[in-house]
Design a protein around this ligand. Structure first.
Ligand SMILES: Nc1ncnc2c1ncn2[C@@H]1O[C@H](COP(=O)(O)OP(=O)(O)OP(=O)(O)O)[C@@H](O)[C@H]1O
Length: 328
């Protein structure tokens, strides 16, 4: 097991500042429950998305798991180690990439940073060179390894950051918002690399991202936290197909048709083209299709689930639970 977390809790206490000089010296405090009773198991080789709205407690959880913070309550085991007590040892077996922070030296070429990082991890020189060679291939960074980091594009820099975090062949990689600020093509490439590292090198990936595409395209499992609580833990496909019992149907018909079916709402209609939202609990997709076909010719049909953004927004708003119950 890569990560085991039981009943994790972390509360921050902060001084309450009132107005004026008296407020400045005030001793009263207020508490922020950043993480509340979180339990989580991550298997070796899993590729997991850990998501939640701003302030949900994602960074605090990562800091607890990587040993940067100490929990108030609960147990954490990462690769069989206590991350806080065995932080040094653990550092040699995990890697981290924080999208907005860099571990590469800005004025040096990535190649120098990679060699330095290898030395910091106590690797032998030839092992570092072999690993750089291997990572250059996987991450496609060879052509700009010798250019100073300040001259690289964001996408090139992030790939070099990932190389830096993988130099010591960690078993778990924590990626915090790695795609932030990247264009569509760079995002796509990054997703391919993450999948490749996971598949070919069996690195367990713990990914946080606000980009739904990152989650949908690469992660098999999604864990959602909100206000410090774990509110969803399951397969990415279930999030989309099982949880939301709605489908969107697009039909190209010979003629315009009036739709009078329970649980079916017309979203758009133009020159025989129809876009419908179907509540599966009330009417099945095949019944809608049959209804339309009885009234006109159908030239084309497409069925899709509700966009993932909507599902996630519903969960963040607390209107949707793990069991798929809608809270009005
Ligand atoms: N060092 C700290 N001292 C006091 N409060 C903190 C500290 N770090 C985090 N918090 C608070 O804990 C809560 C969770 O913060 P955290 O950074 O873990 O959220 P997040 O899910 O990573 O958010 P984001 O998506 O915005 O990065 C927030 O209310 C935040 O203000």
């Amino acid at each position: 097991m890569a990560v085991e977390v039981r009943n994790l809790e972390k509360t921050f206490r902060m001084r309450k500042r009132g107005e004026g000089l008296r407020g400045y010296f005030s001793r009263s405090t207020h508490q922020v429950k950043a993480v509340q009773n979180i339990s989580l198991n991550i298997d070796d080789g899993e590729l997991l998305a850990f998501i939640g709205p701003n302030g949900a407690g994602k960074s605090t959880t990562i800091k607890l798991i990587t040993g940067i913070l100490y929990p108030d309550r609960g147990e954490i085991s990462v690769l069989g180690m206590d991350p806080h007590r065995q932080r040094r040892e653990l550092a040699g077996r995990i890697g981290t990439v924080f999208g907005q922070k860099s571990q590469l030296w800005y004025h040096l070429p990535p190649l120098d940073s990679l060699r330095l990082l290898g030395a910091i991890y106590g690797m032998k020189r030839h092992a570092v060179e072999d690993r750089i060679e291997q990572l250059s291939e996987v991450l496609d960074i060879r052509e700009f390894l010798q250019q100073p980091v300040r001259k690289l594009s964001l996408g090139q820099r992030i790939r070099c950051e990932i190389a830096g975090s993988l130099i010591h062949s960690p078993e778990i990689l924590f990626l915090d918002e790695p795609s932030i600020g990247l264009d569509l093509v760079a995002k796509q490439r990054l997703r391919q690399f993450i999948r490749k590292i996971n598949r070919e090198q069996n690195v367990t990936i713990f990914l946080t991202s606000h980009d739904v595409g990152d989650i949908e395209k690469i992660c098999r499992r999604v864990v959602i936290i909100n206000q410090g609580n774990l509110v969803w833990d399951g397969k990415t496909t279930d999030l989309k197909y099982k949880l939301m019992d709605k489908r969107v149907m697009s039909l190209k018909c010979g003629d315009d048709v009036d739709i009078d079916l329970p649980g079916v709402q017309v979203l758009k209609r133009r020159n025989g083209a129809l876009k419908l939202e179907v509540q599966l609990g009330t009417t099945a997709v095949k019944d809608v299709l049959q209804y339309v076909m009885e009234r006109t010719e159908v030239h084309d049909v497409g069925v899709s689930s509700v966009p993932m953004e909507e599902v996630i927004a519903e969960i963040y708003a607390g209107r949707m639970t793990q069991e798929g119950t809608c809270v009005p």
